[in-house]
Structure formats: C-alpha cells, structure tokens
Design a protein around this ligand. Structure first.
Ligand code: 9D3
Length: 263
C-alpha cells in the first residue's frame, strides 16, 4: 500500500516512520510512506498555506491552492488511492474502518490545521472525511498517525511472526484477557495459578472468562450490540448461578416471589 500524508508539519512523522511495526512494514516494502509538505505546493513567493476567513471571525483557514496542488501530485503518484481529510467533522474511525482501508492500494491522508480547510476542496479532491473521536486536537497529524498505525498492522505480512491478526478475530467484540509474565509473584501479587499449570483447555477457559469480565465491567455496550457465542453464554450462566447462590435465590429460580423487589 502506498501512503502519503499531506501536512504543514512533515517532521512530525520522522519518528513515527522509524519505529516498530510501521518501520518494519516500510522496510519490507509492505507499505511505502511519505510525508509531503503542503507548503511546497503554495504558489506564492512566501509559500503561505493559510488565510483569514471570509465573513470575518477569529482563526485562519487553509488556502485551497496549496492543498489542491499537493493532493493532485499525490494522486498522480498513487493511482487508486483514497484521499481522506482528517477532520473533527468526519466519520468516526473504528476497527471496521481500518479493515476497509487496509484493502486499498493507497491512502492520501490530508492533515488539516487552523480552523479547517476551504470548503471548496470537498467534492472532487476529497473522497472521504475521518475523525478519530469526539475530542478537540490541534491538527490532523496525530489522527493520521492513528489511522496509519491501525491500518498498517492489518496488511498481510506486517505483523511478521505474531499471530495477532488471528487473535484479533478470536477476541473480536470483547476486550482482551489479562496478561502476565515473570516473575510469578510481584510485590505480593500472584499470577493466577491456572496459567502456570500448562493445562491449555483450562487456560483457554480462564482467558475467555477474564476477557468477558473485563468487557462486562468496562464496556458492556460491546456485549449488547451482538449475539453471544455459546462459550460466552456458558461463562455468563456460570456467573449467574454463582450469584444466585450467593443471594440465596437459587432454589427459588422458577417462581417470582412477591416482596423481593423488582424483577
Ligand atoms: C471546536 C471548534 N474548532 C476549533 C476551535 C474546530 C476545530 C478545527 C480543527 C477543532 C479541531 C481542529 C483540529 N483537529 C483536527 O484536525 C482533527 C481531529 C480532532 O480534533 N479530533 C478528532 N479527530 C480529528 S481528525 C482531525
């Protein structure tokens, strides 16, 4: 995949390209990456990229000519690429969006700064707008890095030996189970015994329960939005029975007793 980022701060990407999985994907030519300076496409002598808003008001707007020039140049180098403007107004980025983008031959990510870009860029030069969530940043550079990071690791070969893409789909729709490594006791706190037994069937069961517990407590919305798997339902039924026993409700499960509150 060809990735071009259009920004007035291309240096922000120098460290990003040179570490971890993104670096390895570039070295292995699974992706090509370039940060292009929008200023280089400003037609005026001083390479100005912003101007005051028509109609008045505070803040500045990104001028259309440098952006249009940078986008056209990037499109010529990356035929078939999707041009995406990073903006708080965009569709909210999520794992499903990352998976969709990972299928494309190229991405041209345009980073806004100031109050935004001149609205006349929408339509022909921009295919889509993306936000990374509902909080206010100072520009599209960090969001572009977020998108590139999430997309790169989904491209076949980018994760090397790790079977992590597989595990993504195993745990899809749930938070990950707890992880532990040596030592077995750290500041009085022990690794759960089952993980030291080598009993893989029990370890799988424990991990499913750990994953389900974290999801149930921190992100119950993830469980509401899809049907439960049989394995998940079995774990929940186990907890349900344990809780019923603690409450002394287990023998009275069938009829609803009057006077025991709602439900
Ligand atoms: C809240 C009103 N605005 C500024 C006073 C509009 C505004 C313009 C530009 C707010 C933020 C920005 C800069 N942010 C981005 O370019 C951006 C962003 C973000 O701020 N949050 C989440 N995703 C993204 S993608 C690009």
């Amino acid at each position: 995949m060809q990735i071009a980022v259009l920004t007035i701060f291309p240096e922000m990407f120098d460290l990003f390209w040179s570490h971890g999985i993104v670096r390895r994907a570039i070295e292995q030519q699974i992706v090509s990456a370039a940060a292009v300076n929008i200023r280089d496409f400003a037609p005026d002598r001083h390479h100005v990229t912003d101007d005051r808003p028509y109609g008045g008001g505070c803040g500045m707007v990104m001028k259309p000519e440098p952006l249009a020039g940078a986008i056209r140049a990037a499109r010529e180098k990356a035929p078939g690429a999707r041009t995406i403007l990073m903006t708080p107004q965009g569709r909210v980025f999520a794992q499903a969006v990352a998976a969709e983008l990972a299928e494309l031959p190229g991405l041209i990510l345009v980073c806004g700064r100031y109050e935004g870009v001149d609205d006349r860029l929408y339509g022909t030069l921009i295919d889509e707008e993306l936000s990374i969530g509902d909080y206010v940043l100072t520009g599209g550079e960090l969001p572009a890095m977020v998108v590139i990071d999430a997309v790169t690791r989904l491209i076949p070969g980018a994760l090397g030996g790790e079977d992590s893409a597989e595990r993504d789909s195993f745990s899809a729709g749930r938070l990950e189970h707890a992880h532990y490594t040596r030592p077995p006791v750290f500041e009085e706190s022990e690794v759960p015994g089952v993980l030291l037994t080598g009993h893989h069937r029990n370890i799988e069961r424990w991990r499913l329960a750990s994953s389900l517990m974290r999801t149930f407590v921190n992100r119950p919305d993830l469980l509401r939005d899809r049907p439960l798997t049989d394995a998940e339902a079995a774990v929940l039924r186990g907890w349900h029975a344990d809780i019923a026993r603690l409450l002394g409700d287990d023998r009275a499960a069938a009829p609803v007793r009057p006077g025991n509150g709602q439900r």
